[in-house]
Design a protein. Structure first.
Length: 165
């Protein structure tokens, strides 16, 4: 297995896990994972969509985020709200996620393993985490998997059992 094949597999697996959990919460998208609050599934879907565009478009391709309308609501440092009127719908966000993920996989398909070592366009202060093209792709699957854990907790808060036991 090449590094490119491994990244593709990791992206597919993390997508399937995260989107399975998120889709299961489509009837309760604002459920917070704890009594103290936290990131709800709708915010998580918007956030991982926005972040993947930051990584692909910004850090890998050196272009602006393709979803500027999502920045204020979902970018790093944004705070989830329970006001559904502030957000796009789950279906709208799912389309945007599928759009960026298709672009991610299409670009990944043009690369060789050697391309993964090329420097990214990430700001210097992000270099330790996103300094190479490969590091940016690696962060994509880790990031969505991390947030999928929060969705799993939101599912429990909504009284749902595990999808995978």
């Amino acid at each position: 297995m090449t590094a490119i094949e491994f990244i593709k597999m990791s992206l597919e697996n993390s997508k399937n896990w995260a989107m399975g959990l998120i889709s299961d919460m489509s009837d309760a998208p604002l459920t917070q994972p704890t009594s103290a609050g936290g990131n709800h599934p709708l915010w998580i879907l918007g956030h991982i969509t926005c972040a993947e565009s930051d990584l692909l478009d910004g850090f890998i391709l050196g272009q602006p985020n393709r979803f500027p309308e999502l920045q204020e609501l979902f970018a790093m440092g944004s705070t989830p709200t329970l006001d559904a009127d502030q957000y796009p719908t789950m279906d709208e966000l799912m389309v945007k996620f599928e759009t960026i993920r298709a672009a991610t996989l299409a670009h990944l398909g043009t690369l060789t393993d050697a391309d993964l070592d090329k420097p990214s366009h990430a700001p210097e202060e992000f270099g330790p985490f996103f300094g190479t093209v490969g590091a940016c792709f690696g962060a994509m699957s880790i990031h969505s998997s991390f947030h999928a854990g929060q969705v799993a907790d939101a599912r429990r808060a909504a009284g749902r059992g595990p999808l995978m036991a």
